[in-house]
Write a protein that binds this ligand. Structure first.
Ligand SMILES: Cc1cc2nc3c(=O)[nH]c(=O)nc-3n(C[C@H](O)[C@H](O)[C@H](O)COP(=O)(O)O)c2cc1C
Length: 323
């Protein structure tokens, strides 16, 4: 296994399958589940550099991780270079993830109103300041995650504007700011970004099946992909993509195998957050059982569970019925 301080993007196997960052979803337990299911690298939820600068306890909680998640990329967002400088130094000295990623793609109003997320793409001068602040304060690999376009500014314009700053990886969400989270991804723009950027390029957006991942890889020529909503309730998508690429086919897991994954995640949640972890896991439960027979009834039963024990009893009972 790679040692924590020896991570290099270019040493990952190809194609690289990454768990893309998702606030409220890609916490430490879920990242562990995805690494076990075959993710080659996992991203944290986005973390505010300003929260970190002001030492918000909520922000510090998001840094917890275990060696089982390695390589973990911590994603940060913000718009104040001084806060980025502080965050880069702090992460490098105190947290030691495999790498630091900067969010250039979040379209949420509270984030863009501060000039962060997507709006950093519209402001190349600030983008350069932010990236220089991070680069000068860390020895870790630095990456960015962008959209294809924000207003007039494309990811290609951004790459041109920041080309003097050494970055190791780029994840392109193939949708524009105005598309938010729906619609087709722009294959051509991702392909151009791959040609232009010297480091690792990961395509992201609208990949929900192993076949779709295979198509995007061959159409864009990217080094890998970042999977987001396609993974919800289906961490085994990572395994299936690997199976498909190696053998031309893949298997669908039995309900009993999905139950084992749910229980494992629930155990990790309970360990990290106590019984509240089980309540926080409810959204995952809905995603996990979504495609199984009687999903609505099962989901309603699971949503009422308050403890790990109650959840286990319901799942094992259903597991006996479905196999
Ligand atoms: C619930 C949720 C939370 C997200 N949080 C983040 C985040 O913290 N940072 C980020 O860069 N993108 C975030 N995204 C965007 C995803 O990483 C991804 O770019 C987007 O969902 C497109 O991929 P998909 O079509 O496969 O879902 C989030 C998306 C969702 C659905």
């Amino acid at each position: 296994m790679t040692k924590i301080n020896e991570f290099a993007w270019e040493n990952l196997p190809r194609p690289i399958l990454a768990l893309a960052p998702m606030a409220g979803v890609t916490d430490s337990p879920f990242r562990q589940i995805c690494r076990e299911a075959g993710a080659d690298v996992v991203y944290s939820e986005m973390i505010s550099v300003t929260g970190l600068f002001h030492r918000s306890p909520k922000t510090s909680r998001l840094f917890k991780f275990t060696p089982r998640e390695h390589p973990l990329i911590i994603q940060v967002f913000g718009a104040i270079p001084e806060h980025f400088a502080y965050a880069a130094k702090y992460l490098t000295e105190q947290v030691r993830p495999a790498g630091i990623d900067i969010n250039f793609g979040c379209p949420v109003r509270d984030v863009i109103n501060t000039g962060a997320g997507c709006y950093l793409m519209k402001n190349p001068a600030l983008a350069k300041e932010v990236l220089s602040a991070v680069r000068e304060n860390t020895s870790l690999p630095v990456s960015i995650k962008t959209r294809t376009q924000v207003g007039e500014m494309t990811v290609l314009d951004l790459l041109e504007a920041i080309k003097t700053i050494p970055l190791q990886a780029l994840m392109v969400h193939g949708r524009s700011f105005s598309q938010k989270f729906s619609g087709a991804i722009n294959i051509e723009m991702i392909k151009e970004a791959k040609k232009m950027f010297k480091g690792i390029v990961l395509a992201n957006g609208n990949m929900n099946t192993p076949e779709q991942v295979g198509e995007v890889l061959s159409q864009t020529g990217c080094d890998g992909v970042g999977l987001a909503r396609g993974i919800l309730g289906k961490p085994y998508l990572f395994t299936q993509v690997k199976e498909l690429l190696a053998t031309g086919q893949y298997t669908k897991p039995l309900f009993s195998a999905v139950v084992q994954t749910i229980l494992k995640q629930a155990q990790l949640m309970q360990k990290e957050k106590g019984d509240h972890g089980i309540i926080e896991m409810r959204k995952h439960l809905g995603w996990y059982v979504h495609d199984f027979p009687g999903a609505k009834n099962l989901r309603n039963q699971l949503y009422r569970c308050l403890t790990y024990k109650e959840m286990t009893e319901i799942l094992l009972e259903n597991s006996r019925r479905f196999g």
